[in-house]
Structures are given as C-alpha cells and as structure tokens.
Design a protein around this ligand. Structure first.
Ligand SMILES: *Cc1c(COP(=O)(O)O)cnc(C)c1O
Length: 251
C-alpha cells in the first residue's frame, strides 16, 4: 500500500529486499540519504511474521539519528506475545521522529469501520495534522474504537484463538511436508510447487480465498489468514485435494 500510494503521489520508492524473511537493517540504512523523508518498518512484518526486537529497533533509530521520520507499522502488534517485542510508544520521548501506526482492522476485528490511530511526539503529530483529512473518521467509528480499546476480554480471546489455531495449522502443514514461513501475527505463508495465481483460482473454486504472494515479491507462495476452526479445516482439506490432483508437482 505504501509503495502504491507513494508511486501515484509522484514520490520515489526505494524497496529493500528482506533478508531471511526479515527487514534488513543495513540494507535500509544504505538506502537512506539526504532526500529520504520516511522509512516504513512493518513490525511484526506482514506477511512474513518476523519482527525487530526492542534492541534492533532502538539501534536502528539511533543509527537514523533523527534524519527522517521512521514509521513503525504495528497493525499486528497486539498478536505478539514475545517478551522482547518493543513498546514503541515508550520510545517516543527518546525519538521524536518515531511514529507508531495502529489499526482496529486486525485483532479488534473492525476493518469495516475504517479506523486506526497513530502515536508520536507532539512535534511530529502537529505536522501530520496539517495534512489530515478533517472528516476522515466518522463519530460512530470513533465511539466503537474507544469501546474496543477497553474490551480486554475480546483482545485476549482473539490472541489465544490465533495462537491455538496457528499451532494447529502449522502442525498439519508440516505433516503434509509443506514449506512454511510463519512467526508472529495471524497468518502463515506457504510455498507451493505450482503458481500462486493458479492456486488462487483453484482455491476459489473450492470456496476459499487465499492471498497470492507474487505481488509481495514471493512468487509461488500463498498467504493464509488464521480464521475460525471450520474455515481453517476447510482450507486444509482444499489444500489436500489440490495436492492430490497436482501430485507430480507436489512430489
Ligand atoms: C491491515 C494492515 C494495516 C491497516 O489497515 P487498515 O484497515 O487500513 O487500518 C496497516 N498495515 C498493514 C501491514 C496491514 O496488514
């Protein structure tokens, strides 16, 4: 999305390849120069699930040393249970060029309301507010978002559900011998021996929508979100069927 919006806004985009499915600090630092305005770090990363821990993020921010805005996109932050996951809001005083992006679209399950928030230093937020669309979030969405923030039970239940179902999916996929990439977050990447766009259509005929990953520069990989148990089961049985009908490829 960032690439797309920047491109049609006439802004140069410098994509950096991941390294071991993870954001590559040195590669990013090498791409930053006097003209760089914003660096986006997705933490944990969608779709690979990898993340920078507290030390990696603070080291990176120290290296950037205020030269540009650093956005940490934490759309999936609430799912992370690892102890060393950074609490970015606590880093804002030390790094006034840091912005944390959050959304109600993921663990809160409110994507249709189109509401999220960001946290940053007053200095950075004041600049951003000048460009903000005044009526971008309606009052019902605002009320719902505030109520959702308080709903600790829902958040905990979602986190637990995803952890259990992800573990279950991973063990089934491993048993099938599928190459997988998964870490934090509510999704799994699976490498197929057939084209991902072809697989997308095969799954769709079976009533299942997966993500083809070519657009994310992962040709032949598909992305699967953790859903309700029945949905996960339906995906697994569709995958088994596809595997069965494309036997040669899956050998
Ligand atoms: C879902 C998501 C968002 C937030 O999306 P909205 O629905 O527009 O709030 C931001 N970044 C990433 C990486 C996401 O996956």
């Amino acid at each position: 999305m960032y690439e797309w919006v920047a491109t049609f806004s006439g802004i140069e985009v410098r994509l950096r390849a991941l390294r071991d499915f993870c954001f590559d600090r040195d590669s990013i630092l090498n791409a930053v120069d006097k003209r760089t305005k914003v660096v986006f770090i997705c933490n944990p990363n969608n779709p690979t699930g990898t993340y920078w821990n507290r030390e990696a993020l603070t080291d990176f921010l120290s290296d950037i040393n205020g030269r540009c805005i650093v956005v940490v996109d934490e759309a999936y932050g609430e799912y992370v249970e690892a102890e060393d996951f950074p609490d970015t809001i606590r880093l804002i005083d030390r790094f006034p060029n840091l912005l944390s992006f959050r959304t109600f679209s993921k663990i809160y399950g409110l994507a249709g309301l189109r509401v999220g928030y960001l946290a940053g230093s007053k200095e950075a937020v004041d600049i951003l507010k000048k460009t903000c669309v005044v009526y971008s979030v309606n009052t019902i969405a605002q009320d719902c978002a505030l109520a959702a923030l308080e709903d600790k039970v829902h958040i905990e239940r979602s986190r637990l559900h995803v952890r259990r179902e992800k573990d279950y999916m991973l063990s089934e996929l491993r048993e099938m011998g599928m190459p997988i990439q998964s870490a934090e977050g509510c999704f799994i990447m699976i490498k197929l021996p057939i084209s991902d766009t072809y697989a997308y259509r095969k799954f769709l005929y079976k009533g299942i929508m997966i993500r083809s990953m070519t657009g994310f520069r992962f040709p032949n990989w598909i992305g699967v979100s953790i859903g309700l148990h029945e949905a996960n089961e339906a995906f697994l049985s569709a995958l088994r069927e596809i595997k069965e009908t494309s036997k040669e490829a899956f050998l």
